[in-house]
Each structure stands twice: as structure tokens, then as C-alpha cells.
Design a binder for this molecule. Structure first.
Ligand SMILES: Cc1cc2nc3c(=O)[nH]c(=O)nc-3n(C[C@H](O)[C@H](O)[C@H](O)COP(=O)(O)OP(=O)(O)OC[C@H]3O[C@@H](n4cnc5c(N)ncnc54)[C@H](O)[C@@H]3O)c2cc1C
Length: 473
């Protein structure tokens, strides 16, 4: 990279769009898990129109500068962070933050990429509609980042991932052209569905600058319950029964092992053991409806009775429901206090989850005796965080040095059961080697072909997802 190239790039932008002071750049260089952040970049740029994004990308493309798109920087795989010795700029979408339109009759809205997820939810609520993507980082993450990672969260069971919620996208391509793909159509079979290429591509194929999104009827009532169970198989059977009995109104079905629950209880004084006796597993379920006259709580109650579930509670009011959710949402922070942990984010067909947990647990313990398995997550989506907390006697660094071999053990079990080694958080810098190792060779070749076709100069987020060039060089 030459100073001239950077100077040329910066000339394409106004002063407010450019950050080069080291202290001002620092927050953009950090990364959630502290594994990949801190590497310097030539500049952080913050354009506020798609045209300015396009001018910047064109300049970088011409000068051989890598462009790393960044949304709310809440990603968990280092996708928005620079790599060591990379000649790059960070392109923050934070100033592209307008809701362009909301159409209640169309059940759709158009948001620019830098809109925070909570702002999109609020814009929908203002017209009595629901934008259902929801999870703990919603106040910080941005809709562009959500699409780029095909984010999931707590309502996938009912409404799907970010991909399922997207009608169209506006994208700046690697050569600076803008694709105006902001359709609001539910049906369009007029050719390839190109938007799906950019969703989940983690900024490696194009920069999403806006999206048209699906809205749904606002929710009028919820019923939330927590159930204690002795096996994952029982949890899966109960999930099916509740889904049927609720009239397919289940929007969340979260599984928690006793260990993560105990971490949450120890960490947060406001967390309360939800049931009188401890259980090996807990299921947190929520049903929701846009209708007011459906007795959702009664339906859950009947299904619990029919399934002869011994120990459960249905929240009688919103604070009790919030207390159940607090247990679930406290787990990631609480786990940190117990010592270093190696994170996994796998999916398997729902019916295989019990076998996965059993086999992966045995394989991990054989490879690293004393590892504390901390399994929790979205059972209703077949996706759990099969996290590994270090053995009590071991040291954080010693355990973290085993990240690659212990995650490989877990990934192998997931893939063996027809699952995925990256169900929710994506690839970023964390898993390109696993993409190489575990993807079907034909699929891998197609992914590379697409990257080469859309970004032959490797300008956009190089080295992430499916590296075009040999990273060992
Ligand atoms: C507390 C917490 C809870 C979380 N829970 C969940 C969860 O339940 N489900 C879930 O799916 N994820 C979860 N995540 C992960 C994270 O929030 C998501 O991956 C989120 O979608 C990232 O959005 P972001 O705006 O922060 O993107 P960033 O972190 O800034 O970027 C993520 C990736 O997308 C690329 N990117 C960002 N914006 C654009 C754009 N406009 N165009 C092209 N590429 C872009 C970046 O280059 C990077 O590769 C959680 C994270 C935290 C910290």
C-alpha cells in the first residue's frame, strides 16, 4: 500500500467520513472475543451514502487496498477485523443509518445497512408490525451485519434467519458498481435470486448498503414456560408436542444444561433457580400470537400435562417471563467467569441432538479430561453452543492453545450427523481452515468460483470465509 493510494482514497470522501487518528480508530480495531483484533489499518472510513461507499470501494480496488466492511462489530468470528500485515481500510456502515421507508400494508420496510437492529424493530413497531430478528446484541449490531452473517437469534423457529426475512438488497460490488436490488416482492422467479449470494457472505462478495425486509403482524400475547427434564431426548419429544399443541405458535425453544444454568446463578444475583429441584436439562419455550383470544398458556399447560412432564412453570406475568429469559441470556457472560472457554456453534438435525451431545461430550473428555461441557442454545433450530470450559485444574492459555484440535473433535461429530460446524455466527477469520477441511469439495470449488467471479482482485474482506489466495504465504 502506498501513501498515495490512501491519499487518493481519502480525497473521494468528505472530512467527516474519514478517521485516521490512532485513538479514534482504536474502537474499530477491537473485536468481541479479543482473538483477532488490534491489527492496524490505513484508515477507517464512514461514508454516508451508497454512492460514497461505491467511490471508496472503486478507489481501493484500483489501489490494491483491502476493504473490510464493519457494522456494529458484534460478530464473533473476527470477520470485521483486519488480519496481521494486511493493507486495508475498515469501511464502517454506521452513518448509513436511515429507515428509507415503512409500508405497513406491504408488511415491509427498507433500512440502510447501518441501522441498528433495535432501530429496525422500533420502526416496525411504530406501525403496529413486528420485525422478528431479535437477540442479545440487538442494541449494537446493524442490519447490514445481520444480513452479512445471516444472523439467527431467538425467533428463528417461527420466522427464520435474516435470509428468510429479506426481500431485497442494495449492494456495492467490488468494482464499485451499485446493484439496486431493493425489491419488495414475495414472488419473483425472473432469474437467479442474487440477493442470497450476499446474505451470509460476511462482506466477501459485496457491501450491503440497504435491505428491504419482511414485517409481520405485531404480537399481542406471549406465553413463556420453563421445564426441567432428565434427557435431551425428552426435551426433543416435548418440543414436538408443544409445537403441535400450541397451533405452531412456538417462537423460541431454548435448551440449557444444568452447568450453564449454575454459571448464570453464580454470576448474577438476579438469576433465580426456576424450579424446586435441579434437573440435568431445561427447556425454555415461548409461544406468541398476533391474536388476543387464543389461550396460549392454557395450550402449553395441557401439552405439559399430556406429556406427563413432572416439573415446569408457566410464567404468570411479564416479570416472571423476563426472569426465565434472564437465565438464558446471562449464560455467555457467566461462562467467562468460570474460566477460558472454547466456543462452538454447531447444528444437527433436531432428532440427532441427543446423540450429538453424548458423542461429542465423550470425544472431548477423551481428548482433554476434565473439560467442563457447557451446552445451551436453540434446540428448536437444531443449533446449540457446545462450549467447552477449561478443566478446573488447568490454565486459561494452556486450554485455549487447544482451540483448533478440540473444536475439530466437536465439528467432526456434528458433520458426521449431517450437521454444520458453523450454524449461526459464520466463518470470518475463525473457521476458513474448517471450510477447507469439511466442506464438500464441489461446494468449496463453487464458492471459490463465485468469489473469483465477483471479486477477482480479492478486494473485499480477503482471507475471510473462502480465501482466494493461499493464506500460508
Ligand atoms: C452478546 C451477543 C449475542 C449474540 N447472539 C447472536 C445470536 O443469537 N445469533 C446470531 O446469529 N449472532 C449472534 N451474535 C453475533 C453477532 O451479533 C452477529 O453476527 C451480527 O449479525 C453481526 O452484526 P454486526 O452489525 O455487529 O456485524 P459486524 O460484527 O460488524 O460484522 C460481521 C461480518 O459482517 C460483515 N459486514 C458487516 N456489515 C456489512 C455490510 N453492510 N455489508 C457486507 N458485509 C458486512 C463484516 O465484514 C463481518 O465479516 C451475538 C453477538 C453478541 C456480542
Amino acid at each position: 500500500m502506498t501513501n498515495t493510494a490512501v491519499t487518493q482514497l481519502l480525497k473521494t470522501l468528505d472530512a467527516e467520513s474519514v478517521v485516521t487518528d490512532a485513538r479514534a480508530m482504536a474502537p474499530y480495531l477491537t473485536e468481541q472475543r479479543g482473538r483477532f483484533g488490534g491489527h492496524p489499518v490505513a484508515a477507517v472510513i464512514r461514508p454516508d451514502t451508497p454512492e460514497a461507499v461505491a467511490r471508496a470501494v472503486t478507489a481501493c480496488h484500483g489501489a490494491g487496498l483491502a476493504v473490510i466492511p464493519q457494522g456494529g462489530n458484534t460478530g464473533l468470528c473476527g470477520g470485521a477485523a483486519a488480519r496481521p500485515d494486511e493493507q486495508a481500510i475498515i469501511l464502517s456502515l454506521e452513518r448509513l443509518d436511515r429507515i428509507r421507508s415503512v409500508d405497513a400494508e406491504d408488511f415491509s420496510l427498507v433500512a440502510e445497512a447501518g441501522c441498528r437492529l433495535s432501530a429496525v424493530q422500533a420502526a416496525a413497531a411504530a406501525v403496529d408490525r413486528l420485525f422478528p430478528l431479535s437477540y442479545a446484541a440487538e442494541a449494537d449490531c446493524q442490519i447490514g451485519g445481520n444480513l452479512a452473517t445471516n444472523a439467527g437469534g431467538m425467533n428463528v423457529l417461527r420466522y427464520g434467519n435474516a435470509r428468510d426475512l429479506t426481500l431485497g438488497v442494495e449492494v456495492v460490488l467490488a468494482d464499485g458498481r451499485i446493484w439496486h436490488g431493493l425489491k419488495r416482492l414475495r414472488k419473483d422467479n425472473s432469474g437467479f435470486d442474487l440477493k442470497d449470494l450476499f446474505i451470509g457472505a460476511e462482506g466477501s462478495l459485496g457491501i450491503i448498503t440497504a435491505a428491504s425486509l419482511k414485517l409481520f403482524p405485531a404480537i399481542r400475547q406471549r406465553a413463556t414456560a420453563i421445564v426441567g427434564l432428565d434427557s435431551v431426548e425428552r426435551a426433543i419429544a416435548l418440543f414436538s408436542q408443544l409445537r403441535q399443541a400450541s397451533g405452531d405458535a412456538l417462537s423460541s425453544c431454548e435448551l440449557m444444561g444444568r452447568r450453564p444454568l449454575e454459571y448464570a446463578l453464580a454470576h448474577d444475583a438476579h438469576c433465580v433457580d426456576p424450579l424446586p429441584a435441579p434437573h440435568a436439562w431445561y427447556l425454555l419455550v415461548e409461544a406468541s400470537s398476533s391474536a388476543e383470544d387464543v389461550d396460549l398458556a392454557g395450550r402449553l399447560e395441557q401439552a405439559m400435562a399430556a406429556a406427563a412432564v413432572g416439573d415446569y412453570r408457566i410464567a404468570g406475568d411479564a416479570p416472571t417471563a423476563a426472569a426465565f429469559w434472564r437465565l438464558r441470556n446471562t449464560i455467555p457472560a457467566a461462562q467467562k467467569v468460570a474460566g477460558a472457554s472454547i466456543k462452538n456453534d454447531i447444528s444437527v438435525p433436531i432428532s440427532g441432538m441427543g446423540e450429538f451431545i453424548q458423542r461429542a461430550g465423550e470425544a472431548v473428555i477423551a481428548a482433554c479430561p476434565g473439560t467442563r461441557i457447557c451446552a445451551f442454545g436453540h434446540l428448536g433450530d437444531g443449533n446449540i453452543h457446545f462450549n467447552l470450559t477449561r478443566p478446573e485444574a488447568s490454565d486459561d492459555d494452556e486450554f485455549l492453545a487447544r482451540w483448533a484440535d478440540l473444536t475439530a473433535v466437536v465439528h467432526d461429530e456434528a458433520v458426521r450427523l449431517g450437521g454444520s460446524f458453523a450454524a449461526e455466527h459464520g466463518i470470518g477469520q475463525l473457521k476458513p481452515a474448517e471450510v477447507q477441511r469439511l466442506k464438500d469439495p464441489v461446494e468449496l470449488a463453487l464458492m471459490r468460483n463465485l468469489k473469483a467471479a465477483l471479486d477477482p482482485a480479492d478486494t473485499l474482506n480477503p482471507g475471510k470465509v473462502v480465501p482466494l489466495r493461499d493464506q500460508s504465504a
